[in-house]
Design a binder for this molecule. Sequence first.
Ligand code: SF4
Length: 187
Amino acid sequence: MKMLLHMCCGPCSAFPVKHLRELGHELTGYFYNPNIHPYKEFARRLETSREFAAKAGLPLIVEPEYTLEDFLSRALAGPQGRCRECYELRLRRAARYAKANGFACFTTTLLVSPYQQHDVIRELGEAIGREEGIAFHYIDFRPGWQEGVQISKDLELYRQPYCGCIFSERDRYYKPRKENGQHAGRI
Ligand code: SF4
């Protein structure tokens, strides 16, 4: 099947690309991730995605715009939490691109991560697919998570330390002060 693969980053693409190719699918990567902050981190992950695509021989479409205000306002206002808004934004854009450019279906590398809200991604992908008139190809890539980590290390890809948005960066590094006035973490 001619499939558009939304890529959240290079490392998370490693196992899905291998697995989908083994199943015989014809893949094109699609990078659209305005949720990555700050901009230098976005640029680094985009560059790593290009590096992975070149090493894997994967055609790659890049949506380079960086709509920070739009992302933040959606993330803060989303009644069901920022991650749902984040998934919806990226999956809808991928679905529309796939529909407009003759793909049979679309899917996302977000389905490989044990740290993402897997069931929400599936539910949203299938709903958006119905609304946009293009099939969402669901696969649980999570059993291949460790294999993907190893492939990304073998390819010497940059592996990011937090999910993407500025909130997740805060959650990764900020530790509340202990009662003696010392920070518990590294800042
Ligand atoms: S934590 Fe990750 S999935 Fe959730 S809003 Fe931030 S970047 Fe998006």
